[in-house]
Design a protein around this ligand. Sequence first.
Ligand code: PHE
Ligand code: ZN
Length: 883
Amino acid sequence: MREGPATVVHRQDYAAPAYWIRKVELCFDLDPVKTIVSSKLHIERNPAAEPQPLKLHGEDITVLRVMAAGESVSFRHEDKLLVIDNPPAGEQFVLEIRNTCSPEKNTQLSGLYTSGGGFFTQCEAEGFRRITYFLDRPDVMAVYTVTLRADKKKYPVLLSNGNLVEQGELDGGRHFAVWHDPFPKPSYLFALVAADLVCREQKIRTRAGKEHLLQVFVRRGDLGKTEHAMASLVASVVWDEARFGLPLDLERFMIVAVEDFNMGAMENKGLNIFNTKFVLASPATATDVDFAGIESVVGHEYFHNWTGNRITCRDWFQLSLKEGLTVFRDQEFSMDMAGSPSARAVKRIEDVRALRASQFPEDAGAMAHPVRPDSYAAIDNFYTATVYEKGSEVVRMMQTLVGREGFERGITLYFERHDGQAVTCDDFAQAIADANPGSELATRLETFKRWYSQAGTPRLKARGVYDAEARRYTLTLTQSALPSPGQPTKQPFVIPVLAALLGRDGRTLAAERLLVLDSAEQSFVFEDVDAEPVPSLLRGFSAPVILDDGLGDAELLTLLAHDSDAFNRWEAGQRLALARLLAAVEQAAPVTLDEAFVEAMRTVLRDPALDPAFKELALTLPSEGYVAEQLATFDPQRIHAVREHFREQLASTLHADWAEAFEANLVHEGYAPTPSQAGRRALANLALAMLCLHAVRSGNPVWPGRAYQRVKDASNMTDRIGALAALVHSHSELAEPALERFHAIAGGEPLVVDKWFALQAQASEPVGAGHGRSFARAKALLKHPDFSLKNPNRARSLIFQLCMNNPAAFHRADAAGYVFWAERLLEIDPINPQLAARLARVMDRWTALAEPYRSAAREALARVAAKPDLSDDVREVLGRALE
Ligand code: PHE
Ligand code: ZN
């Protein structure tokens, strides 16, 4: 932590390092209070750079001694740098450093820290400098040999990257292990673990016939919850080789689970470190969503082994080079794993829904930034939905423009050119284009790359004219983009629009084709169109834009009933709902849902040909956040009241259908987290929620009683928490005893206790009588003995869920929600600035709030920003919000 303004780093200032580090030998004498780190760095001057002092990064560590070429050398400290003004002459020399750090005091969870009595590291993005002095930047790649020494009893397992080359006993009950990683890597991919762990192992053979060892390490007692993570890892290895020809390149690949972790997981070379949330699962402790999350995160980290590790980022502005691409790869993996076309579509809908829930607001708020940002104060603030999810959409558009095979050729060329290097987003796009000369991408590559440089979500307008005589349909596409911070005007994007035409009766009038818009306005002609069509545009969400196609109810109903593109079918239903929500928000009096809409929903619910997972998605109203996003200024209470009222209407008018859907979708087979079982459980849970909602309003005890029974007897967590949620959100009298029961069943299992907190933090705020109850409950939970601010999962489960996912509880006319936010932020910041900065982001969209919320939010922001000793991380977020 520092005082005074943080330094801002600019992408344009990139310069290659003046020195390279080619080889590193590290030795750790591990001790929670004071760990001694000895490092031997093999340094080489960069002949292309001006002669200059050697400046090594270092933060919160204490230097004991520095030797260069075997002699002690003088050094000085400058900011967070250790400067050697006169390094030895010659092209190469060896620098030896000895320093200490204190893992136990490291509550930031960046660098070397302790968790549950073990040692763990997290080095991305700039954690390695909190371990030892180094050129801690991703373009400096070295080969590491690491020796770990620690007490054998307390830390029987000693791990680092690569291969184990030696291990043995030491005096005083200590032991050691030596690991060597043959692949040059940037420091952010370094990792070590020393802890009392057990592991699940499996051998796997790659196509070349080589055998590899896969291991998943967890705390004693958690071994029974590692089966799914291991299965996901095996599937990832097989998939990457089959789809992209990228085999496992290490003899041993390890995953380690840790309870205290800032993010989801980390792709350290050969030694992935995971938040327990993305490793541990059993039917009794994890939901279908958790199982799917594990599959995708295990895949994601494994896929980084090529996209991120073998080819890494030149500088942190290029973060999306690895993250956007790797998210794209994990999304494709999950889709391929899902199997059936309808399960694939469900995954795509979920991904788009997540993009709209997190990235669209980011792009419209104070923190808006391009996929490749231009500047930052704290790089940790740029692990964002834009870099990850929008970055993935940019890669997906490339695949759409060159075709799936063309994209695979592009990936092959990318590795031919850049394996072992630290490169840029430009290098990636160039490789995909060069592998596909003459393609829709190659012919407009420079324009396409604006997706990397321009922030903001483009708006796409589509209007069609049908000429019956000529049997011709002319579709005119126009695009525009609003200003974003630092970017007052935008140039046109390349927008791939997958389009088909349907008749009013649902038959296909024109098969799907790819329209590529690359200027402000363009018209596309469809010949031989039999009748006035309904256009189905942006199929599969072919570009991350906001589409205005001007379609009315009748056309949307046609698409909902007949579109062969499942994404657009879902989208049509959502838009029908959204139009009604928006209209009702404008009105003072309660709005009754029209027959046509209710009937359309009933038809979806009853349609035997539709996948239950799809039905669940289609029957879920757009979120309060998504509704808010459509409005220039929004009143969170009004949106909540309207949406709740609609839910009640759907609950009562479709009552019999919900009851039938519930029974029909009960899963009687043994639990398996497959898309088909998960879809049925999801729909049954939605049905149960609707049935409880209606029952509580009408004073009927039957369904709440059944839900309560289910909380007690459910054979799996998905059903148990689904039933609990139905009781909590409907404000049933049984909610309280059910929560108690759930807590008892949890038996202190941390990930289950997290769910218990999260559900209460998200509890729907009553409209009218009882308003404020959910906020009060969440606030009271701060005092619960199970609560702790130090564990990020726990802090997120209560505080973040309330502030981010419960708008009606959070945005209060008396500003108590904002006071709560400010207090927690100031408590968390000294402990863990990265986590605090994430919480600060809650206020991203405060300028769009209606009064009195807007003024109250500004006041809370200003009050926090006035504190003198905020972290750089938090200061950057608040600074942007108040700009
Ligand atoms: N690189 C990790 C991933 O996305 C995320 C991460 C970033 C983890 C920073 C920890 C710290 O796979
Ligand atoms: Zn990643």
